[in-house]
Write a protein that binds this ligand. Structure first.
Ligand code: 6PG
Length: 246
Protein backbone atom coordinates (compact mmCIF):
# COMPACT_ATOMS: atom_id res chain seq x y z
CA UNK A 1 0.00 0.00 0.00
CA UNK A 2 1.35 3.45 -0.92
CA UNK A 3 0.17 6.59 0.87
CA UNK A 4 0.71 9.93 -0.84
CA UNK A 5 0.00 13.05 1.21
CA UNK A 6 -0.43 16.01 -1.13
CA UNK A 7 -0.96 19.70 -0.52
CA UNK A 8 -4.66 19.95 -1.27
CA UNK A 9 -7.54 18.45 -3.28
CA UNK A 10 -6.21 19.98 -6.50
CA UNK A 11 -2.85 18.28 -5.99
CA UNK A 12 -4.58 15.00 -5.11
CA UNK A 13 -6.71 15.26 -8.25
CA UNK A 14 -3.71 16.03 -10.49
CA UNK A 15 -1.74 13.13 -8.98
CA UNK A 16 -4.70 10.80 -9.54
CA UNK A 17 -5.17 12.04 -13.11
CA UNK A 18 -1.51 11.32 -13.87
CA UNK A 19 -1.91 7.81 -12.41
CA UNK A 20 -5.02 7.30 -14.54
CA UNK A 21 -3.06 8.26 -17.68
CA UNK A 22 -0.19 5.93 -16.75
CA UNK A 23 -2.51 3.03 -15.96
CA UNK A 24 -4.48 3.56 -19.18
CA UNK A 25 -1.27 3.48 -21.26
CA UNK A 26 -0.02 0.38 -19.45
CA UNK A 27 -3.19 -1.71 -19.64
CA UNK A 28 -4.16 -0.70 -23.18
CA UNK A 29 -0.64 -1.64 -24.30
CA UNK A 30 -0.65 -4.88 -22.26
CA UNK A 31 -4.24 -6.07 -22.77
CA UNK A 32 -5.86 -3.80 -25.33
CA UNK A 33 -8.22 -2.27 -22.81
CA UNK A 34 -8.37 -0.40 -19.49
CA UNK A 35 -11.39 -1.30 -17.33
CA UNK A 36 -12.24 1.08 -14.50
CA UNK A 37 -14.91 1.23 -11.79
CA UNK A 38 -15.54 4.72 -10.43
CA UNK A 39 -17.09 6.06 -7.24
CA UNK A 40 -19.37 9.01 -6.64
CA UNK A 41 -19.46 11.57 -3.87
CA UNK A 42 -17.74 14.96 -4.04
CA UNK A 43 -14.04 14.13 -3.77
CA UNK A 44 -13.49 12.65 -7.25
CA UNK A 45 -15.38 15.39 -9.14
CA UNK A 46 -12.24 17.44 -9.73
CA UNK A 47 -10.34 14.36 -10.94
CA UNK A 48 -13.11 13.61 -13.45
CA UNK A 49 -13.13 17.24 -14.62
CA UNK A 50 -9.34 17.16 -15.08
CA UNK A 51 -9.52 13.94 -17.13
CA UNK A 52 -12.08 15.62 -19.38
CA UNK A 53 -10.05 18.82 -19.71
CA UNK A 54 -7.70 19.85 -22.53
CA UNK A 55 -4.84 19.14 -20.14
CA UNK A 56 -5.55 15.38 -19.99
CA UNK A 57 -8.28 14.24 -22.41
CA UNK A 58 -5.91 13.79 -25.35
CA UNK A 59 -3.43 11.77 -23.29
CA UNK A 60 -5.88 8.88 -23.00
CA UNK A 61 -7.08 6.60 -25.81
CA UNK A 62 -10.74 6.57 -24.78
CA UNK A 63 -11.55 4.03 -27.51
CA UNK A 64 -10.12 1.38 -25.20
CA UNK A 65 -11.27 2.68 -21.81
CA UNK A 66 -14.34 1.03 -20.23
CA UNK A 67 -16.24 2.59 -17.34
CA UNK A 68 -18.21 0.76 -14.69
CA UNK A 69 -19.46 2.10 -11.34
CA UNK A 70 -18.23 0.93 -7.94
CA UNK A 71 -21.59 2.00 -6.63
CA UNK A 72 -24.68 3.92 -7.61
CA UNK A 73 -27.68 5.45 -5.95
CA UNK A 74 -31.08 4.07 -7.01
CA UNK A 75 -32.10 7.32 -8.73
CA UNK A 76 -32.52 8.35 -12.38
CA UNK A 77 -29.26 9.10 -14.20
CA UNK A 78 -30.16 12.80 -14.41
CA UNK A 79 -30.82 13.04 -10.66
CA UNK A 80 -28.43 15.39 -8.82
CA UNK A 81 -27.38 12.47 -6.57
CA UNK A 82 -26.62 10.10 -9.46
CA UNK A 83 -23.04 8.85 -9.67
CA UNK A 84 -23.58 8.37 -13.40
CA UNK A 85 -24.50 12.05 -13.70
CA UNK A 86 -21.36 13.01 -11.77
CA UNK A 87 -19.07 11.23 -14.26
CA UNK A 88 -21.14 12.20 -17.28
CA UNK A 89 -21.27 15.89 -16.40
CA UNK A 90 -17.54 16.16 -15.58
CA UNK A 91 -15.99 13.72 -18.03
CA UNK A 92 -18.12 11.60 -20.36
CA UNK A 93 -19.83 14.61 -21.93
CA UNK A 94 -16.40 16.14 -22.66
CA UNK A 95 -14.65 13.23 -24.46
CA UNK A 96 -15.06 11.05 -27.53
CA UNK A 97 -15.68 7.65 -25.96
CA UNK A 98 -17.71 4.88 -27.63
CA UNK A 99 -21.17 4.64 -26.05
CA UNK A 100 -20.73 0.87 -25.64
CA UNK A 101 -17.72 1.49 -23.38
CA UNK A 102 -19.94 3.03 -20.72
CA UNK A 103 -21.61 0.59 -18.35
CA UNK A 104 -23.87 2.47 -15.93
CA UNK A 105 -26.02 0.73 -13.35
CA UNK A 106 -29.54 0.56 -14.77
CA UNK A 107 -31.52 2.42 -12.11
CA UNK A 108 -34.87 2.53 -13.85
CA UNK A 109 -35.70 -1.01 -12.76
CA UNK A 110 -38.59 -1.95 -10.48
CA UNK A 111 -36.28 -2.33 -7.45
CA UNK A 112 -32.64 -1.91 -6.37
CA UNK A 113 -32.41 -5.71 -6.22
CA UNK A 114 -33.37 -6.01 -9.89
CA UNK A 115 -30.82 -3.31 -10.72
CA UNK A 116 -28.17 -5.24 -8.81
CA UNK A 117 -29.04 -8.52 -10.56
CA UNK A 118 -28.91 -6.88 -13.98
CA UNK A 119 -25.59 -5.21 -13.22
CA UNK A 120 -24.14 -8.49 -12.04
CA UNK A 121 -25.23 -10.12 -15.31
CA UNK A 122 -23.69 -7.25 -17.30
CA UNK A 123 -20.36 -7.62 -15.48
CA UNK A 124 -20.38 -11.42 -15.89
CA UNK A 125 -21.01 -10.98 -19.59
CA UNK A 126 -18.39 -8.27 -20.11
CA UNK A 127 -15.68 -10.27 -18.31
CA UNK A 128 -16.92 -13.62 -19.70
CA UNK A 129 -17.06 -14.97 -16.16
CA UNK A 130 -17.99 -18.55 -15.36
CA UNK A 131 -19.89 -19.16 -12.13
CA UNK A 132 -17.85 -18.33 -9.04
CA UNK A 133 -15.28 -16.33 -11.03
CA UNK A 134 -14.52 -12.74 -10.01
CA UNK A 135 -14.02 -9.83 -12.43
CA UNK A 136 -10.60 -8.20 -12.38
CA UNK A 137 -10.92 -4.44 -12.75
CA UNK A 138 -7.69 -2.72 -13.76
CA UNK A 139 -8.57 0.18 -11.49
CA UNK A 140 -11.23 0.82 -8.87
CA UNK A 141 -11.48 4.42 -7.63
CA UNK A 142 -12.87 4.65 -4.10
CA UNK A 143 -13.68 7.33 -1.55
CA UNK A 144 -14.00 7.01 2.20
CA UNK A 145 -17.03 8.18 4.15
CA UNK A 146 -16.55 9.70 7.62
CA UNK A 147 -18.07 6.49 9.01
CA UNK A 148 -15.46 4.41 7.18
CA UNK A 149 -17.74 3.23 4.39
CA UNK A 150 -16.45 2.84 0.86
CA UNK A 151 -18.44 2.35 -2.31
CA UNK A 152 -21.82 1.62 -0.71
CA UNK A 153 -20.45 -0.82 1.82
CA UNK A 154 -21.47 0.65 5.17
CA UNK A 155 -20.30 -0.41 8.64
CA UNK A 156 -22.39 -3.19 10.11
CA UNK A 157 -24.35 -3.66 6.89
CA UNK A 158 -25.18 -7.18 5.73
CA UNK A 159 -23.39 -6.46 2.42
CA UNK A 160 -20.13 -6.89 4.33
CA UNK A 161 -20.84 -10.62 4.55
CA UNK A 162 -21.69 -10.98 0.85
CA UNK A 163 -19.22 -13.45 -0.59
CA UNK A 164 -21.19 -14.98 -3.45
CA UNK A 165 -22.61 -12.06 -5.43
CA UNK A 166 -20.54 -9.52 -7.36
CA UNK A 167 -23.13 -6.78 -6.87
CA UNK A 168 -25.48 -6.10 -3.97
CA UNK A 169 -28.44 -3.84 -3.35
CA UNK A 170 -28.08 -1.89 -0.10
CA UNK A 171 -31.14 -0.48 1.65
CA UNK A 172 -29.67 2.00 4.07
CA UNK A 173 -31.92 4.18 6.21
CA UNK A 174 -29.16 6.65 6.98
CA UNK A 175 -27.76 7.05 3.51
CA UNK A 176 -30.26 8.81 1.30
CA UNK A 177 -31.31 6.47 -1.47
CA UNK A 178 -31.07 2.71 -1.75
CA UNK A 179 -27.72 1.82 -3.32
CA UNK A 180 -26.20 -0.73 -5.68
CA UNK A 181 -22.58 -1.62 -4.95
CA UNK A 182 -19.65 -3.80 -5.89
CA UNK A 183 -19.10 -6.31 -3.12
CA UNK A 184 -15.82 -6.69 -1.22
CA UNK A 185 -14.66 -9.83 -3.08
CA UNK A 186 -14.83 -7.89 -6.36
CA UNK A 187 -13.06 -4.84 -4.95
CA UNK A 188 -10.35 -7.07 -3.46
CA UNK A 189 -9.82 -8.74 -6.83
CA UNK A 190 -8.85 -5.46 -8.52
CA UNK A 191 -5.39 -4.98 -10.01
CA UNK A 192 -5.28 -1.46 -8.55
CA UNK A 193 -7.36 0.40 -5.97
CA UNK A 194 -6.98 4.15 -5.46
CA UNK A 195 -8.60 5.76 -2.42
CA UNK A 196 -9.10 9.53 -2.54
CA UNK A 197 -9.66 11.52 0.65
CA UNK A 198 -9.63 15.25 1.21
CA UNK A 199 -10.50 17.68 3.98
CA UNK A 200 -10.32 18.00 7.75
CA UNK A 201 -13.60 16.10 8.06
CA UNK A 202 -11.80 12.95 6.85
CA UNK A 203 -8.77 13.27 9.18
CA UNK A 204 -10.28 11.09 11.89
CA UNK A 205 -11.40 8.28 9.60
CA UNK A 206 -8.12 8.39 7.65
CA UNK A 207 -6.23 7.83 10.90
CA UNK A 208 -8.58 4.98 11.85
CA UNK A 209 -8.10 3.37 8.44
CA UNK A 210 -4.39 3.91 7.85
CA UNK A 211 -2.96 3.69 11.36
CA UNK A 212 -5.47 2.11 13.72
CA UNK A 213 -6.79 -0.22 11.01
CA UNK A 214 -10.13 -0.38 12.81
CA UNK A 215 -11.46 -3.81 11.66
CA UNK A 216 -15.05 -2.55 11.88
CA UNK A 217 -14.54 -0.14 9.00
CA UNK A 218 -15.33 -1.35 5.46
CA UNK A 219 -12.49 0.78 4.03
CA UNK A 220 -10.09 -1.29 6.19
CA UNK A 221 -11.50 -4.48 4.66
CA UNK A 222 -10.29 -3.37 1.23
CA UNK A 223 -7.00 -5.13 0.63
CA UNK A 224 -6.57 -6.38 -2.94
CA UNK A 225 -5.18 -9.91 -2.68
CA UNK A 226 -3.00 -9.61 -5.77
CA UNK A 227 -3.39 -5.93 -6.56
CA UNK A 228 -1.86 -2.67 -5.49
CA UNK A 229 -3.53 -0.11 -3.23
CA UNK A 230 -2.88 3.62 -3.14
CA UNK A 231 -4.15 6.30 -0.78
CA UNK A 232 -4.08 9.81 -2.21
CA UNK A 233 -4.93 12.21 0.59
CA UNK A 234 -4.43 15.89 1.15
CA UNK A 235 -2.69 17.40 4.18
CA UNK A 236 -5.98 18.18 5.92
CA UNK A 237 -7.17 14.58 5.63
CA UNK A 238 -3.78 13.38 6.83
CA UNK A 239 -3.34 15.84 9.67
CA UNK A 240 -3.69 13.22 12.44
CA UNK A 241 -1.30 10.72 10.88
CA UNK A 242 1.89 10.11 12.85
CA UNK A 243 0.47 11.81 15.90
CA UNK A 244 -0.85 10.30 19.09
CA UNK A 245 -4.28 8.70 19.47
CA UNK A 246 -7.15 11.08 18.76
C1 6PG B 1 -21.02 7.42 -3.06
C2 6PG B 1 -19.57 7.04 -3.02
C3 6PG B 1 -19.14 6.96 -1.58
C4 6PG B 1 -18.14 8.08 -1.40
C5 6PG B 1 -17.90 8.40 0.05
C6 6PG B 1 -17.05 9.68 0.17
O1 6PG B 1 -21.76 6.91 -3.90
O2 6PG B 1 -21.36 8.32 -2.27
O3 6PG B 1 -19.23 6.01 -3.75
O4 6PG B 1 -18.57 5.76 -1.18
O5 6PG B 1 -16.92 7.70 -2.03
O6 6PG B 1 -19.17 8.63 0.67
O7 6PG B 1 -17.81 10.73 -0.37
P1 6PG B 1 -17.19 12.20 -0.53
O8 6PG B 1 -16.17 12.10 -1.62
O9 6PG B 1 -18.37 13.07 -0.91
O10 6PG B 1 -16.58 12.56 0.80
Amino acid sequence: MKVHVLQDLEAVSIFAANMFVDFSEHYIAAKGRFVVAVSGGSTPARLYALLGSDRYADKIDWRFVYFFWADERFVPHDHHNSNFRLLHENLLSKIQIPHENIHPVSTNESSPHISAEKYEDEIKSFFHLSNGELPEFDLILLGIGEDGHTASIFPGNAVLEEKEHLIAAVESKTHMHPRITLTLPVINNARNVIFLASGKNKASVVKKVLEEKDPYLPAVMVNPSRGKMFFLIDRDAGMYLGKGPK
